[in-house]
Write a protein of this length. Structure first.
Length: 145
């Protein structure tokens, strides 16, 4: 089997982290599952999880055919058992995001949509969708030296 083919077949593990794990990281996890299929193991967590998924996030993803109500708001402690990750993406938690074993760390500057009206909330959702697509393309395009 060629190395390039093997890379494409290797399942990638991606962790998305924000503060509450109720909006941005949850939608990121959902998009990674939608676009990555069986090639991606997607997780999300919060540095200070709220314990709930924002109903606005559930509604925004339902509009795209994804049931986010089946997700749970989790702490980093709850997902560390799945480490190491290929990529850890943080959104807005800054120094509050503890280190997790990963090959690559990325910070996305995405505003917290928690208090936005639905039209503006969906703009953030769509930004996340685009960033997740770009991320998946980049991690599956890696070719070893």
């Amino acid at each position: 089997m060629s190395e390039i083919y093997k890379i494409m077949m290797d399942r990638k593990k991606v962790l998305f982290v924000c503060v509450e794990n109720s909006n941005r990281s949850q939608m990121s996890e959902a998009f990674a599952r939608m676009f990555g299929g069986d090639n991606v193991e997607s997780f999300s967590a919060g540095s200070k999880p709220s314990g709930i998924i924002n109903p606005k996030a559930i509604g925004a993803m339902k509009d795209l055919g994804y049931d986010l109500s089946k997700h749970n708001s989790k702490s980093l402690k709850e997902v560390e058992q799945y480490a190491p990750f290929d990529v850890v993406v943080t959104m807005g938690c800054g120094d509050a995001c503890p280190w997790m074993p990963a090959r690559q760390f990325i910070e996305w500057e995405i505003p917290d949509p928690k208090n936005l009206e639905p039209v503006e909330f969906n703009k953030v959702r769509d930004l996340i969708r685009q960033k997740v697509k770009e991320l998946l393309i980049s991690i599956f395009a890696e070719i070893p030296n």
